[in-house]
Design a protein around this ligand. Structure first.
Ligand code: ZN
Length: 425
């Protein structure tokens, strides 16, 4: 009997409707809801918190007193709007910025970037170290992480121990919940428990995530995605990634390794991808794909030590100067990008697609013809297609996303009464 078919009433009561575990994502404890509302609002009066959450002012007073006592939020004299309030000065609630400080880091093929932010998300310091491309050993990557963290702490005028948590973004297949890097272009090994290893090395709680998820998180926390419930961020750099926000949360999939837009197939038996398979989208539009085309088509020998960035810059200059072959390389990549974006729209119907990453300076990629091509591949529903925005904000934004991940980890641990753990080395 198919499981979807209900047994007869005589066979007992099994209930109907989704089986949602208590205190799952969809039923966050009221303390957490209050804290997150205050954090998102900036400043908000208690009475508004009660209204927005649909709970009694008395329960909001109890919870906010607790949160103030824990040091997470504070009372602030709020500027009055018009002459609405008379008598007592208006008091609003806000996150206590100096309650915690966290670091966010982005590891990439070209450089590693770090930021330190306070508990209200304000930037305190940032730093970047360049690196030679290619996979690293776990020890090398831990050395790089520690080195960068020490440097950015010095810039911020604080000790490492003053941090409450660290968030790290890594390209590749990453299981954020388990802290595992299953595969990454920056790591020589597979299945590395990077969160635990980095935590043990730094003596701090470490959370990791796929770097494209962190760009989506940065947009959700600080950018265009704050007011949107469903949107996509597509990153084009050394690889192609996607972060998808569904109902105001990052969507990761059942095993937390979904949303690999870069490895969706756009050509059977097509170009070879870094993942080892053929015909992946990123094998047509990522850095290394364009560089591969450039060296072949323009008959450029790849000079020893010449970086992909320099090669691409040169290709771009040739295209701008009217070189037909150089233009055709970008045009072809743009057509494949159109296929990828139309698939995202047809599958998810997002409110917005943000294209992010260094490569977005190459406007050939998203020229009018690319968007027209995409339009022709989107199903004809009679509804307008979502807007496409270009955000070429660079690695600092990605590191901010990693900091948001760390801020979430800190507040969720405190609000649920847990202690953020540090693994022993
Ligand atoms: Zn692939």
């Amino acid at each position: 009997m198919p499981r979807a078919i209900r047994p007869k009433a005589s066979e007992g009561r099994m209930g109907v409707g989704p089986l949602i575990p208590p205190l799952a994502e969809s039923q966050r404890p009221l303390r957490q809801q209050v804290f997150e509302l205050v954090r998102a609002a900036g400043l908000i009066p208690r009475v508004q918190v009660a209204k927005d959450l649909g709970v009694s002012p008395a329960s909001v007073t109890t919870i906010t007193s607790e949160l103030i006592e824990t040091g997470l939020i504070e009372e602030v004299a709020a500027p009055r709007e018009g002459d609405a309030g008379r008598g007592r000065p208006a008091v609003a609630l806000g996150v206590r910025a100096d309650a915690h400080r966290v670091a966010g880091m982005k590891l990439s093929d070209r450089e590693h970037t770090a930021v330190i932010v306070d508990f209200a998300g304000n930037l305190i310091a940032d730093d970047v170290i360049p690196r030679r491309p290619g996979p690293m050993s776990v020890t090398e990557i831990l050395d790089a992480i520690e080195d960068l963290l020490n440097r950015v702490c010095t810039k911020a005028g604080m000790a490492r121990a003053d941090l409450s948590a660290v968030g790290i973004g890594v390209p590749g297949f990453v299981d954020s919940a388990e802290g595992m890097v299953l595969w990454s272009s920056v790591l020589a090994d597979r299945a590395v428990p990077l969160a635990a290893r980095a935590g043990a090395r730094l003596g701090l709680p470490v959370t990791i995530d796929n770097d494209a998820n962190l760009v989506a998180l940065a947009e959700l926390w600080f950018g265009a995605g704050r007011s949107l419930s469903d949107f996509a961020v597509v990153t084009i750099e050394h690889g192609v990634g996607m972060g998808f926000v569904m109902n105001h949360r990052i969507y990761r999939g059942a095993q937390r390794v979904g949303m690999e837009l870069g490895h969706t197939k756009v050509q059977l038996d097509g170009a070879l991808c870094r993942c080892g398979q053929r015909g992946c989208l990123e094998a047509y539009i990522a850095d290394y794909a364009l560089a591969r085309e450039a060296t072949t088509a323009l008959n450029w020998g790849h000079k020893e030590g010449q970086s992909i960035a320099v090669l691409l810059e040169s290709l771009y200059d040739h295209a701008k100067a009217g070189n037909a072959t150089a233009k055709s390389i970008f045009r072809r990549a743009g057509r494949y990008l159109a296929v990828g974006l139309s698939n995202v729209i047809n599958l998810f119907d997002p409110a917005l697609i943000i294209l992010s990453g260094e490569r977005m300076r190459y406007d050939y990629l998203y020229a009018a013809e690319t968007l027209a091509e995409m339009e022709s591949l989107v199903i004809a529903t009679g509804r307008p297609r979502p807007p496409i925005e270009i955000h070429a904000w660079g690695d600092l934004l990605w590191a901010h996303g990693a900091a948001a991940l760390a801020l979430s980890a800190v507040s969720e641990a405190i609000l649920s009464g847990q202690v953020l753990g540090v693994a022993a080395e």
